[in-house]
Design a protein around this ligand. Structure first.
Ligand code: UDX
Ligand code: UDX
Length: 462
């Protein structure tokens, strides 16, 4: 089947950049990205592209080239479904907060409601692409939902095409993917559906990097890839505690480990703990699935990756509390990693929670995350922990967000580095240390060379 029109439900961090790149590389295909969130769609359509809601290097340039030519952003979900032969589902799949699997399983309500909508509206056959990260065997459930709600004889082919892009490097990752994964049903229709998507990616991805598998392998590979990446970080983070106890240096140990070709150097950087919308959610989901299939030992194994991540956030916070000599602590960085305004599951939120619960006033500076977001992150966490409104107000009054780094650095003499922003290295630390004697605990180990010789700064690695 030749695809002329694509619809993508979900104009978020994954849907937006992915569709922008498809539109650029396939000028003959019309791509419409739809979302329930009107404000988000307005922002994607803003003539001033600096206001588009996802900040990724290279994205604005692509939007300027293709928007309103063959890339459209709209809230008219039904019309986009009607007109498209292929529909991507890229809505969010957060961890469930209620019901069976609460706190562990992925909440599929948005995926299911999108599927119901597709089935109710469609008047012609559709290829439905799972782009959201989903538990293995979700396609089965989707098929049921599509069939139950379909009009007449309309046929749906479900394929799985998980996204491997990382935030901050999304555009580069999309252009130069290590692999593109497409899973489909083992039938003629299934193969045709997979082929239709292969043809799209072939426009810029070498054929040997496009991997086609059965649908269950594709769904599970995404969870497994994220679990393996996170497991490397937890492994190295667990060793960072042993380094501290023994006088070994975690960066040196990590470098030596990574020089073994069989291991490789990526994802071995010790940190205050991994964050982001995927790792924790996907591992919890994996653990939940293992338990569902009664593989409790396997579930325990993967759960340990999360436990070490929590341990690391708490170890870092305890270090700050031990070194505090008054009630003020500065947190530099709120995003879950550098070069993004995304703070979902950022270690900063949990560090701030521990510090505030220990009656510390915290001063925060981040170059990209907005004040509203920082406040909301903490408010939602305290609400989730069932504090009363009055208690939450009191706790939030201990948070001060600073507009520039100098004010944040002059507001306390104990600094915790939480995000690895490059600009932190370039600050005039000498000047700041003249005004304020500082202790710096580096949750990213990025400043050891920079602060080594600076007078009036006591520096601690993680
Ligand atoms: C994606 C994936 O889809 C998720 O499964 C993966 O694990 C992480 O990346 P992401 O793009 O980061 O999610 O989510 P988000 O930025 O929240 O975007 C999802 C969008 O879907 C939101 O803009 C939301 O408004 C929209 N949405 C949600 C709908 O349009 N309809 C719905 O029913 C639900
Ligand atoms: C991840 C996967 O990398 C990507 O393939 C998948 O599609 C989505 O989830 P993302 O969450 O955007 O991407 O960022 P990533 O670069 O993987 O970083 C995740 C977290 O791990 C961040 O908090 C980062 O700071 C941390 N990290 C990463 C470390 O602490 N140490 C490392 O060595 C690498």
């Amino acid at each position: 089947m030749k695809i002329k029109n694509i619809c993508c439900i979900g104009a978020g961090y994954v849907g937006g950049p992915t569709m922008a790149v498809i539109s650029l590389m396939c000028p003959e295909i019309n791509v419409t990205v739809v979302d329930l969130d009107k404000e988000k769609i307005n922002a994607w359509n803003d003539p001033d592209t600096s206001n588009i809601p996802v900040k990724e290097s290279g994205l604005t340039e692509i939007i300027e080239k293709v928007r309103n030519k063959n890339l459209f952003f709209s809230t008219d979900i039904d019309n986009a479904i009607l007109e498209s032969e292929m529909i991507f589902i890229a809505v969010n799949t957060p961890t469930k907060t209620t019901g069976e699997g609460k706190g562990m399983a992925a909440d599929l309500k948005y995926v299911i409601s999108s599927a119901i909508n597709i089935a109710r509206v469609a008047k012609t056959d559709k290829i439905v692409v799972e782009k959201s990260t989903l538990p293995v065997r979700t396609a089965e459930k989707l098929k049921e939902v599509l069939l139950e709600n379909a009009r007449g004889n309309i046929k749906f082919d479900i394929i799985s095409n998980p996204e491997f892009l990382a935030e901050g490097t999304a555009i580069n990752d999309l252009f130069k993917s290590d692999r593109v994964l497409i899973g489909g049903e083992d039938s003629i229709r299934g193969k045709n559906a997979v082929d239709a998507l292969v043809k799209i990616y072939e426009k810029w991805i070498p054929k040997k990097k496009i991997i086609t598998t059965n649908i269950w392998s594709s769904e599970l590979s995404k969870l497994a890839s994220n679990a393996m990446l996170a497991q490397r970080i937890s492994s190295v983070n667990s060793l960072s505690a042993l380094c501290e106890a023994t006088g070994a240096d975690i960066d040196e140990v990590s470098k030596v480990i990574g020089l073994d070709k069989r291991i490789g150097p990526s994802f071995l950087k010790a940190s205050v703990g991994f964050g982001g919308s995927c790792f924790q959610k996907d591992i919890l989901n994996l653990v939940y699935l293992c338990r569902k299939y009664k593989l409790n030992d396997v579930a325990d194994y993967w759960e340990q990756v999360i436990k070490i991540n929590d341990y690391q956030k708490s170890r870092f916070s305890q270090k700050l509390l031990e070194l505090a000599n008054d009630k003020n602590i500065t947190i530099l960085g709120w995003a879950f990693k550098k070069d993004t305004n995304d703070s979902r599951e950022s270690a900063a939120i949990y560090v701030a929670e521990i510090l505030i619960n220990n009656n510390m006033n915290i001063h925060v500076y981040d170059p990209m995350v907005t004040d509203e977001r920082i406040l909301l992150d903490l408010k939602l966490l305290f609400q989730h922990k069932k504090f009363s409104d009055a208690e939450i107000q009191k706790k939030l009054s201990m948070l001060k967000i600073h507009k520039n780094h100098k004010d944040a650095l002059l507001s306390s003499n104990l600094i915790g580095i939480v995000t690895e922003w490059d600009e932190f290295i370039n600050y005039n630390w000498e000047e700041i240390a003249k005004k304020n004697v500082l202790t710096v605990i580096d949750g990213r180990n990025i400043l050891s060379e920079r602060l080594d010789q600076v007078k009036n700064i006591k520096y601690f690695k993680l």
